[in-house]
Design a protein around this ligand. Structure first.
Ligand SMILES: [Zn+2]
Ligand SMILES: [Zn+2]
Length: 285
């Protein structure tokens, strides 16, 4: 995704009350806090989004008496990223001066009722904004919500859960539609499987008879040598399937083709596994 940045002049921002704008950050920030509106919100055509951001700015300046809109950036439901205080300026949204000093503040235009769940393009836009702020702020990788360290429900459960799971793009967590066996894996699960495989494979070839710590390794896994070998090979099969899936995901192949390729990869790996188990003794050290 490319960042769809809407500059202050593009959305018709009022000038900062303080000449020169809010206090400048001295350097890199810890990370980013996400926010929601905390009021009812209903989705609207994108042509009305700039006016809505101007309305927030007016509330913050005229109602709260702040020098500017409180947020660093704001992301509408159509994925556009509105420049609030922008880069390198202290926001006033996180609850206190020290909290504002600590992290940038990004608002997602979702409400406490009405539209409460961010749209997919909005999450992509928020991800773009996070990457942009981390790179250009700069800011570290800490990511959370207004509620971290401050008594508020902001940014709402949906946005908060998304942040705490790593703010993944919706496309990254989309699963292949299930077919027959109902097997579908996210990229995260694929990585976990691959890591598990890396962890288990060395044990499969380790000594079984000795009295050293290698025995403990088997004990820890609570299995016989054959059990461990079987487990490792099952993981190998799944990993092969997952790797195949990962290669295909993201390209424009149709689902039938993906499923067929995955099923073949599993079959290939399982055949290889059967041969390994029955005809090749597990190496002992
Ligand atoms: Zn907030
Ligand atoms: Zn919009």
């Amino acid at each position: 995704m490319a960042l769809k940045l809407v500059s202050r002049s593009q959305w018709g921002a009022r000038a900062y009350r303080t000449p020169g704008g809010a206090t400048l950050y001295s350097g890199k920030r810890r990370g980013i806090k996400l926010h929601y509106l905390g009021t009812p919100y209903s989705d609207r055509p994108h042509t009305q989004c700039s006016a809505y951001i101007r309305q927030i700015q007016a509330q913050h300046m005229d109602g709260n008496g702040w020098s500017d809109i409180g947020y660093s950036f704001a992301v509408c439901t159509h994925g556009s990223v509105y420049e609030g205080r922008g880069l390198r300026r202290r926001n006033s949204a996180n609850g206190s001066t020290s909290l504002n000093e600590q992290d940038y503040a990004i608002l997602l235009l979702v409400g406490s009722s009405g539209l409460t769940k961010p749209t997919d393009v909005q999450l992509d836009g928020a991800r773009d904004a996070i990457d942009y702020v981390r790179r250009e702020g700069p800011a570290g990788t800490w990511l959370g919500g207004h509620r971290d360290g401050y008594a508020t429900s902001c940014p709402g459960d949906a946005v908060y859960a998304w942040a705490k799971k790593g703010a993944l793009r919706p496309s990254a967590s989309t699963t292949i539609p299930p077919k027959e066996d109902d097997v579908s894996l996210t990229s995260t699960q694929a990585k976990q499987l691959a890591d598990l495989h890396k962890t288990l494979v060395p044990y499969a070839g380790w000594g079984y008879k000795g009295s050293n710590e290698k025995v403990d390794a088997y004990g820890y896994l609570r299995g016989t040598k054959a059990d461990i070998a079987k487990l490792a090979t099952q993981v190998t099969a799944l990993t092969a399937a997952v790797n195949k899936l990962a290669q295909l995901a993201g390209s424009d192949v149709d689902t039938e083709q993906v499923v067929a390729a995955v099923e073949k990869a599993i079959a290939d790996a399982v055949v290889k596994v059967d041969v390994d188990i029955t005809s090749t003794p597990i190496q002992e050290s």
